[in-house]
Design a protein around this ligand. Structure first.
Ligand code: SAH
Length: 223
């Protein structure tokens, strides 16, 4: 296999049966949208992680991706995506925390314009290669501190952050379009709550949902 080409036809751990087992598990844990379940089935999660961990790619767990970061648990990715598109697929989505690019590819597969920001340069570079090899050429990626959003491209109808902190950065609220929705884990380092913020004019309606555990939303960038 050429290094630049994704191995989408793996055997065993990446088989249709293994993926179907994950989809069944997601369904049992409350993911209802057939569209989300299809996205979870077709996305090659094994392609976003180290080969040594590929046998765990379709388990419903977070896995290390280097630099102290993790690829999110499939249930969390499915749940956040489901919440983000509940009222319709947002025209423009801002993602904070590209990581390995797995969640990014799921957002891109919705057929919408995705902007994704990552603070750790090597993770972003690798995600860029993977996303382009999979054909997601429209995704825009930026090496920056996502706490400031992406003002040049604002407003966004959808904003999703894959890292937690106790408060919502003001820039993200300002860059949320009227009628738009932000989904992010809010809380302390050890545990957060999946939080949905709906913007209605200058009002922000906050709904707190499931208990989750994410890596921290950090400040500044890393080369
Ligand atoms: N979306 C990934 C999850 C990656 S983990 C997935 O599909 O699995 C969360 C990511 O957020 C990490 O890569 C971390 O480096 C990044 N991150 C944390 N704080 C950030 C910030 N202020 N700006 C941009 N990225 C940030």
């Amino acid at each position: 296999m050429n290094d630049n080409e994704p191995n989408l036809h793996g055997i065993g751990m990446t088989s249709a049966r293994t993926r179907e087992r994950l989809v069944n598990r997601l369904r049992e844990s409350g993911i209802k949208s057939p569209r989300i379940l299809d996205l979870m089935r077709m996305t090659p999660r094994h392609y976003f992680i180290d080969e040594a961990l590929a046998h765990q790619a379709y388990d419903d767990t977070a896995l290390p991706i280097g630099h102290g970061q993790t690829i999110s648990q499939p249930w969390v990715v499915a749940r956040m995506t489901e919440l983000l598109i509940e009222k319709g697929v947002p025209e423009k989505i801002l993602e904070i925390g590209t990581g390995c690019g797995y969640q990014t590819s799921i957002l891109a597969a919705l057929g919408t314009q995705v902007y994704s920001v990552e603070r750790i340069r090597p993770l972003l570079d690798q995600a860029r290669k993977r996303l382009s090899a999979l054909g997601y050429a429209r995704v825009q990626l930026k090496h920056a501190d996502g706490g400031f959003g992406w003002s040049a491209e604002a407003p966004f109808q959808g904003i999703l952050a894959a890292c937690g902190r106790p408060d919502i950065p003001e820039d993200l609220l300002n860059q949320l379009a009227d009628g738009g929705r932000l989904v992010m884990p809010i809380g302390e380092r050890e545990q957060q709550q999946l939080t949905v913020v709906d913007r209605v004019g200058d009002d922000f309606e906050v709904t707190r949902l499931d208990a989750v555990r994410f890596v921290p939303f950090q400040r500044g960038i890393m080369k």
